[in-house]
Ligand binder design. Structure first.
Ligand code: CAA
Length: 388
């Protein structure tokens, strides 16, 4: 039987996350957006309440909840502020490769760090010349005895300035294209340099930095999984985390939609609230349908994962559709506010700026369409994809 209802536990989780978003995030979100204030105290409170590190299994001290449960939390916190949720949720992206392929010792040490204290980790894939084209990366990892030496630079790294450690992708065989990439855990105190903090259009409360590895030495056992299997590990990681990004996009869209509905009922033009005009009603109706559809795709992509199925196609459907919806809904919310929508005293312009990144990070809207087209035209078999 297909069942679209949440369990009582999931409803409780949603209420907890919503309450947290309403009391702790919303009251400061627009203020923190202004100067890009780092939300350390919110991260600590979220950690204390068990709203962080959702997917870390219980044996390493985490709540070990499923992907759908995680999406329920991510939608609510993003309804509060998606920039703050990006900071709170980024450990999920950074630890996914470890959970998927890390040795028992690595998991104990590095997953344990995050569950024992409110620390952060970052996922280091993108480079200045290797964004969508992952295999174009130049960062090198060279084996020297019982160590690897990592040399290179990564950009657009979420939480980069504050991370305790980094999961880093580097070339171990530079002539082998995507089959020459490996993944590593690199502790910050191994000599990592935090360079530039970006001044961004939206999600300004999140931290985005350039991270440099100047011949950083790490123990050889900090390799995650097998040498030269890092590309697949990155793809499997993104399959797992894109549903969460889609859920965030739903949260942003829902926030804008609620503001627009309230405003449309209050704002009077031509003698009636603008909600009485069909032009506005049709915009509200489209927003409502697209948000519902985004959530359904998001949940489906998450449930597939929870059932142990491959979700590559659904994860891209969800991420692409929900991100495009967030952009459209927030733009339409600004439209419904009219000139006021363009002014910072009103809430929706921030949401429009925040929505833009949903079409960019964790794979652009175009990359999602590439994945969808490939998976539709030439679907890969599960065994081609699963070994790392
Ligand atoms: N799972 C497992 N394996 C997969 C896979 C998947 N989902 N997708 C592809 N593979 C495997 C293929 O089977 C193939 O395997 P073989 O070596 O056995 O042949 C291999 O990976 C290469 O696949 P492709 O030929 O499809 O690779 P490609 O070079 O054409 O790239 C891509 C495919 C989809 C474009 C990929 O590069 C991609 O997703 N790019 C976007 C990267 C991205 O999302 N970056 C965001 C960074 S993280 C971030 O934004 C967070 C932040 O902190 C800001």
């Amino acid at each position: 039987m297909v069942d679209f209802t949440l369990t009582d536990e999931q409803k409780d989780l949603r209420e907890l996350a919503h309450d947290f978003a309403k009391k702790e995030i919303r009251p400061v979100a627009w203020e923190y957006d202004k100067d890009g204030h780092w939300p350390q105290e919110i991260i600590e409170k979220a950690w204390g309440l068990g709203l962080m590190n959702n997917h870390i299994p219980a044996e390493y001290g985490g709540p070990g909840i499923g992907c759908l449960d995680g999406c329920v939390i991510e939608e609510e916190l993003s309804w509060g502020c998606s920039g703050i949720q990006t900071s709170v949720g980024c450990n999920g992206l950074a630890t996914a490769p470890l959970i998927l392929a890390g040795s028992e010792e690595l998991k104990k040490e590095y997953l344990g760090r995050l569950t024992e204290a409110p620390l952060l980790a970052s996922f280091c894939l993108t480079e200045p010349d290797a964004g969508s084209d992952v295999s174009g990366m130049k960062t090198r990892a060279v084996r020297r005895g019982d160590k690897y030496v990592i040399t290179g630079s990564k950009c657009f790294i979420t939480n980069g300035s504050h991370a305790n450690y980094y999961t880093v992708y580097a070339k171990t065989d530079p002539d082998a294209g995507h089959r020459g990439i490996s993944a590593f855990v690199v502790p910050r105190d191994a000599g990592v340099i935090v360079d530039k903090k970006e001044d961004k259009m939206g999600q300004r409360a999140s931290n985005t930095a350039t991270i440099t590895f100047p011949d950083v030495e790490i123990p050889a056992d900090h390799l995650i999984g097998e040498e030269n299997k890092g590309f697949k590990l990155a793809m499997m990681t993104l399959d797992r985390t894109r549903p969460g990004v889609a859920a965030m996009a739903v949260g942003i869209a829902r926030a804008a939609f609620e503001f627009a509905c309230d405003y449309a009922k209050e704002r009077v033009q031509f003698g009636v609230p603008i909600a009485m005009h069909q032009a506005i009603q049709f915009m509200i109706a489209d927003m409502a349908t697209e948000i519902e559809a985004s959530r359904l795709l998001t949940w489906k992509s998450a449930v597939l994962l929870d059932q142990g199925e491959r979700n590559t196609l659904l994860s891209s459907h969800a991420k692409r559709f929900a991100a495009d919806t967030a952009m459209k809904v927030t733009t339409d919310a600004v439209q419904i506010y009219g000139g006021y929508g363009f002014i910072k005293d009103y809430p929706v312009e921030k949401l429009m700026r925040d929505a833009k990144i949903m079409q960019l990070y964790e794979g652009t809207a175009q990359i999602q369409r590439m994945v969808i087209a490939r998976e539709t035209l030439v679907p890969r078999r599960a065994e081609q994809l699963s070994s790392v």
